[in-house]
Design a protein around this ligand. Sequence first.
Ligand code: NDP
Length: 442
Amino acid sequence: MKYDYDLLVIGAGSGGVRAARIAAGHGKKVAICEADQVGGTCVIRGCVPKKLMVYASQYNKLFKAAKTFGWDIDSRFDWPTLLHNKNAEINRLNGIYLNLLANAGVALIEGHGSFIDPHTVDIAGKSYSAEHILIATGGRPSVPDIPGSEHVITSNEALELPALPESITINGGGYIAVEFAGIFNALGVAVNLVYRGPQILRGFDAEVAAFAQQSFAEAGVQVMTDTEILAVESTASGLLCQTNQGPLASEVVMFATGRQANTDRLNLAAAGIATQANGQVVVDREQRTSVANVFAVGDVCNQDNLTPVAIREGHYLVDRLYAGGQQFPEYDHIPTTVFSQPEIGTCGLTEADARHQYPNIECFTSTFRAMKYAMSEVSEKTFMKIVVNADTDQVLGMHVVGADGGEMIQGFAVALKQGLTKTQLNRTIGIHPTSAEEFVTL
Ligand code: NDP
């Protein structure tokens, strides 16, 4: 063989692991390098631990609702227990990933990968060559360079706090900010959610974002819009954020102000691999970088920072490279869920985007109290919205804010992607009593 490997994958996250083991299954000699635990952002410090914490925090509300169903529960929450069990679960998943790689015959090389030339990568002082190289190094939180930024934590540290704080200020109005605001608020921490614009969740349907913001506030989160954190100071009693609206004190300050691609340690220049101004690797439809034998998948090259997107990109790529595959990921109708409390499930166009693209748009909405909470002191409501092209009857977008919103939208997304019409939706019999049935009767 001219090279040590057919495929060398840099980064053992969701996209990299999938590509490596499928390529090995196609009979290729494959290695993957990783400096941390195997599993990447999703398993180690993202989707999985976050959702475990969402589940943990939701018990508070369930215990409240339980009272009206006759349960008298004396509950106490213990953060170290959650942390211990969460870490045990991540270690278990890490073990599963390691087994998947080993069983597929993929060599795991420990260390950071750094390009020497387009076919050669340095890993922990040793060089390895490959015919194809796949960059799957993902991303990490990015914190703006303001005075006192060394005092703030990101989602990485929020998942590992030694003790539950009494108060936290969370900067940002996107996925991570609102998800962690929900977790900490439900666990009894006083939460300030600070957002620089007039309305959190920019990019989501405006009514959905407004309803969600109102719901978070009603659940106890102090939502502060049009507020910019200019500096963070350490004081004897905690941290003090200087904002354009005045000072704001809290024990912990977390920034969830977006993520950046992990490219700075890859020495991409040595291989001549082009990046965008934000550091993301530039790829074409084939996932090919500016260098013909080097590819990239997932957050390191993509705006859609979503695990299933990275997995699909990696899987289809190696199928095309080694098994005559013809498929490409489709980026339309990607359903997503914000695991806030209440949860936001969404697929397709927002009303504003639909109106921008089509002349006649009709929207259908409903607000109600889910049966689960109807008798209880939990005042949380559910909001649903369907965006329809009035000329063709096609459903362009479906949105929900409420319990199990993500589970609902995953199912409806299948139909939406096939061109679902409003008439077809209404011809479907609802499942009674559920919240999802509201979508077919709107
Ligand atoms: P987002 O891009 O979703 O949100 C970033 C937020 O930070 C925005 O509200 C943005 O404001 C604000 N912001 C950016 N820069 C600054 C700044 N300098 N000062 C103050 N505020 C700032 O990023 P996240 O970090 O929340 O998440 C990254 C991505 O990860 C998501 O977009 C999503 O793709 C993925 N993700 C998906 C999850 C899921 O599927 N459940 C969960 C978590 C993450 P503005 O709107 O004004 O730009």
